[in-house]
Design a protein around this ligand. Structure first.
Ligand code: GDP
Length: 356
């Protein structure tokens, strides 16, 4: 499964956030380098459509899609030179499919800031500079190897071309994800600045309720998406029953918890979407890539569904809710039989027909 790596300077709240994400009680310690072991946490993607489907079908249980987060060791200035936990950090982050950068926006004189003061823009620049340096080093090592392999006719020249273009861009201070360079030939290098980014601002209540300030911070990172949350409140929210949680959330001016926002935006940033199935046993969301066709989507349930694919009966979620049942949807012409070339849409409610 695709995963999102959590990065950020020490003491910005990564462990606190990750604990809340996983409901694990990993020690969140108040000193740099507290997070050492990489951990994976799997969180549910909130999806109210599943509740509606469970009602229509009388489903016994609900199985939402999930998003995986990887807790990666902290980064400090100089990480690309192997200072702190640099090298281990870089190896772990290379495997993530997207990166969530946690940025400290909370003021708390009891919690040391590694760079002396709370300054989100400065912190992001520190991290980004380290990621760019790390990518430059990766490319500087790879390019001579590529040259050799091309001489020996063991490699396509497009690989070297992409690597050189990427290196030039980085030297000019351009982050790879926005560079327009075709990075497909050098995907295996796991270049960090080529990955999609999310920014998670760990702020206090004063900022959460200050729309002008959050807009200002969001603008700093656009077109990347920003999530605003208070990691401490998030870790309280998960301990509460839904009613009390909603009340606490409302008191901070939010409609959706930070973790739900993070799961939703993370899922989208990974280029994923869901389709839905429902029956008396379960209402379930299945994870697929955007643009996937019906047979490939069927393969997520079972490889036999893909191999023996005949048709997919598709009802859009809205049509199903409007008509109230599959039978009604069929009689009103809202159930479509789609073939092998059908491109799945988010929220399709599907039943596959297949040969065994
Ligand atoms: P990490 O080094 O980035 O993993 O940071 P931690 O999650 O260990 O947090 C460092 C310290 O900051 C801990 O003492 C946390 O309790 C505290 N902390 C984390 N998030 C918040 C927050 O939103 N507000 C406040 N006031 N303290 C926080």
């Amino acid at each position: 499964a695709l995963s999102i790596g959590i990065v950020g300077l020490p003491n910005v709240g990564k462990s606190t956030l990750f604990n809340a994400l996983t409901k694990n009680q990993v020690l969140a310690a108040n000193y740099p380098f507290a997070t050492i072991e990489p951990n994976v946490g799997v969180v549910n993607l909130p999806d109210s459509r599943l509740n509606a489907l469970a009602e229509i079908f009388g489903s016994e249980r609900i199985l939402p899609a999930v998003v995986s987060f990887v807790d990666i060791a902290g980064i400090v200035r100089g990480a690309s030179e192997g200072e702190g936990l640099g090298n281990q950090f870089l190896a772990n982050i290379r495997e993530a499919d997207a990166i969530a950068q946690v940025v400290r926006g909370f003021a708390d004189s009891d919690v040391v800031h590694v760079e002396g003061a709370v300054n989100p823009q400065n912190d992001m620049e520190t991290i980004n500079a380290e990621l760019q340096l790390a990518d430059l080093q990766t490319l500087e090592k790879a390019i001579p190897r590529f040259e050799k392999e091309i001489k020996g006719k063991k490699l396509d020249p497009s690989v070297l071309e992409a690597a050189v273009a990427a290196k030039d861009a980085l030297e000019r201070g351009i982050v790879l994800s926005g560079s327009g360079i075709d990075l497909a030939p050098i995907r295996e290098l796991g270049l960090l600045t080529a990955k999609p980014f999310i920014f998670v601002f760990n702020v206090d209540e004063a900022v959460l309720t200050d729309a002008a300030r959050t807009a200002e911070l969001a603008a700093l990172v656009a077109p990347a998406k920003a999530v605003f949350l208070d990691a401490k409140i998030e870790s309280e929210l998960i301990e509460l029953d839904p009613e009390d949680a909603a009340e606490l959330l409302a008191s901070t001016g939010q409609e959706e918890s930070g973790l739900d926002q993070l799961a939703r935006i993370g899922f989208d940033t990974l280029g994923l979407q869901t389709y839905l199935t429902a029956g008396p046993k379960e209402a379930r969301a299945w994870t697929i890539g955007k643009g996937w066709k019906a047979p490939q989507a069927a393969g997520v349930i079972h490889t036999d569904f893909e191999k023996g694919f005949i048709k997919a009966e598709v009802i859009s979620f809205d049509d199903l809710v409007a008509t109230g049942s599959v039978l009604e949807a069929r009689s009103k012409g809202k159930a479509r039989l789609e073939g092998k070339e059908y491109v799945m849409q988010d929220g399709d409610v599907v039943e596959f027909r297949f040969n065994n």
